[in-house]
Design a protein around this ligand. Sequence first.
Ligand SMILES: Cc1cc2nc3c(=O)[nH]c(=O)nc-3n(C[C@H](O)[C@H](O)[C@H](O)COP(=O)(O)O)c2cc1C
Length: 383
Amino acid sequence: MSSNRRVQPPHVVSIADFRPLARKRLPKAVFDYLDGGADGEMTLRENCRAFDDIMFRPRCAVAFSECGLKTNVLGYELSFPAMLAPVGYSRLMHPGGEVSAAAAAGKAGTGYILSTISGHPMEKVRAASTGPVFYQLYLMGGRTAAEAAIERAKAVGMSGLVVTIDTPVAGLRERDFRNGIKELMGTNPFAMVPFLPDVLSRPGWLVRFLKDGGVPKLANVVVPGKGAMEMMDVAAALAASAVKWEGAIVVKGVLPGEDARRAVDEGAAAVSVSNHGGRQLDGVRPSIRALPEVVAAVKDQIEVWMDGGVRRGSDIVKALCLGARAVLCGRAYAYALSAAGEAGVSRALQILRTDVDRTVRLLGCASVSALDRSYVELPAGWE
Ligand SMILES: Cc1cc2nc3c(=O)[nH]c(=O)nc-3n(C[C@H](O)[C@H](O)[C@H](O)COP(=O)(O)O)c2cc1C
């Protein structure tokens, strides 16, 4: 079956349908890296579940011939208010990786954020999309490598910089330890042996992976005198990349209002309310629950984005009702990329876009920019 047919109905009707397809195609180690969260995965689960606490308040018998879905982020027009979040190791999910995701985002008229932990060079990724492409920065490889990456991002015409602040160390992703991700990404063949049956159980993935050259280098982290950094396991990568406050552009990973204020004061142009998809500190609030506090704290001075748990267009609409300018989707497209490359990501974006359109119409609202608190009912104590 072609990649495109595989992601059409009846096989794929909602984003949830991509998950089993991804599971079938990826070795367990890669699937669990994508799917899993930190510690007991409480925040991971809550990110999705908390959307269910919000109820809609529609206005009926109102009909609009057209529903406005366009929005604007940092001066860039988006065809609808969802962009693709930075997802590390995308090239291990599918050889097209970051290039395929960026291309699908561009075709859908929306933005893509390229992770530092990426296998394709940013020049290729930028060229693949007609829409905005942002570069997400981790300070790996030292200050000089990070400065060079920023210069390179400017030179290739990246639309802005996203600095992720919630990773002073990596969260304990228990599934990764059990699956031997560190050993599989390392160079000691003996250490790999116990974990090889998993990789061998997905021959289709293995053939594509080997044809693509095996574990790619970090094409966007170039260390002076050494060249592109080797791909390493995420714990080692993040341990080398703690950031401190210092004039960023988009600050991703903000939860309390105080940090949002700090971002405003430091001159950020936007914040993304995020707990890294439940992959860092387990036990923090779900992103949608943290959103109202951040919106109140920034007082319209800068844009507020959010990410975490978005699986349906109705989730996007709820976030907009609570004051987000746009949302970022992580796993929603990463499952689709794993299942069917660019065709998968395009289909995921199509599902989300038509969901948003239908939800806004059912709410009796003329456009996404007219959404506000009056279209939702929040549980007691949420403010
Ligand atoms: C597999 C995976 C890899 C990720 N890699 C990065 C990364 O390299 N940089 C970053 O800032 N966030 C990273 N994130 C976090 C996402 O950008 C985003 O915050 C999160 O996925 C949102 O939650 P969701 O997956 O429920 O949509 C990653 C998330 C996943 C699932």
